[in-house]
Write a protein that binds this ligand. Structure first.
Ligand SMILES: Cc1cc2nc3c(=O)[nH]c(=O)nc-3n(C[C@H](O)[C@H](O)[C@H](O)COP(=O)(O)OP(=O)(O)OC[C@H]3O[C@@H](n4cnc5c(N)ncnc54)[C@H](O)[C@@H]3O)c2cc1C
Ligand code: FES
Length: 282
């Protein structure tokens, strides 16, 4: 086989062949969101912000965010929301059962873009799941960065994800601001409001601040406006647009904005690179 043909075969093998993932831990995070820790045959070698395709034989395959930081071990962490046919079946799996895992896919975040900066993370709902893959390595090497702030919001206290993790980051010195849209009469000791609301009150040095956002599409417009209002530069705001996608692998066109396929060139973009694509944030 020629060198070109053999490297294509290698690439195709990596992209199209699932590896076996054995479930080693399951935790119920909310009534519909379940955490899975899966042991793979070989390490993923992923960057923060990338995703995998998760499959169950005879049922189907779906894109799911990688929720753990980069590492050399064989473990993959994900949080999967029960929505339809495939995710119902995944929720019925038990520790010891297997799923297929392909990837990693997508562009992801480059940690070096954040070195030496004050880092602000803004997560809405399920957006905390992919953002955790970036927050984890930043907190683990906090000396490389300036101040670290996380604003994390969800609809109500019962929908909050990664409660123990949020507490651990707070204990590690991260300024974690936990918010709900409303308490709906449930016990809640943190703030009430939208994730945009704390931004004007934050002490931000616009020359030194870099922000990473992930949440529902409606969140981006208002969070970006608040950051620009604090003079944070457009090229220091990163948005994760995975919520615009369907197949995640360049097949369905669902994510296409003009000439850009978010699942191929994204899901992570600098806001400055989206200036020509106002539709991206609708
Ligand atoms: C890059 C990427 C990363 C993702 N990461 C995660 C993750 O970490 N955790 C997670 O739980 N889900 C994630 N999703 C969404 C996940 O892929 C879908 O929920 C899954 O495909 C649903 O499959 P299903 O067969 O269970 O439901 P289906 O029967 O296909 O759909 C059930 C219902 O969900 C809606 N739906 C399906 N896909 C989406 C979607 N992408 N966004 C909004 N609504 C949808 C359908 O319109 C339908 O109403 C991600 C999607 C993408 C593109
Ligand atoms: S999500 Fe299907 S082509 Fe990008």
């Amino acid at each position: 086989m020629s060198t070109v043909a053999s490297s294509y075969a290698e690439l195709a093998k990596e992209s199209f062949l699932p590896q076996r993932g054995k479930i080693v831990e399951i935790v119920d995070m909310t009534a519909k969101d379940r955490y899975f820790r899966v042991e793979l045959e070989k390490p993923l070698g992923h960057r923060p912000g990338q995703f995998v395709m998760v499959s169950v034989l005879g049922v189907g395959e779906a894109p799911i965010s990688i929720s753990c930081g980069p590492s050399n071990d064989n473990m993959l962490e994900m949080v999967i929301r029960r929505l339809g046919r495939l995710t119902e079946v995944i929720h019925a799996l038990k520790v010891g059962d297997e799923m297929g895992i392909r990837g990693p896919f997508g562009s992801g975040f480059q940690l070096s873009d954040f070195y030496g900066k004050d880092v602000l993370f803004v997560a809405g709902g399920l957006g905390l799941v992919p953002l955790r893959s970036l927050i984890t390595p930043v907190v683990a090497e906090a000396k490389r960065y300036g101040t670290i702030t996380l604003i994390s919001g969800c609809r109500n206290p019962a929908e909050e994800l990664y409660r123990d993790q949020l507490k651990a980051w707070t204990d590690a010195g991260v300024n974690v601001i936990r918010l709900v849209d409303g308490t709906e009469n449930m016990p809640w000791e943190f703030g009430v409001g939208l994730v945009t609301e704390p931004i004007p009150k934050l002490k931000l040095d616009p020359q030194k601040t870099v922000a990473a956002l992930c949440g529902p599409p409606v969140m981006y417009k208002f969070v970006i406006a608040a950051l620009l209002g604090k003079s944070v530069s457009q090229d220091q705001i990163y948005v994760d647009l995975e919520r615009r996608m369907k197949c995640g692998v360049g097949k369905c066109g669902h994510c296409q904005i003009n000439h850009v396929y978010c699942c191929q060139e994204g899901p992570v973009f600098r806001f400055s690179s989206l200036a020509e694509l106002p539709e991206a944030l609708r």
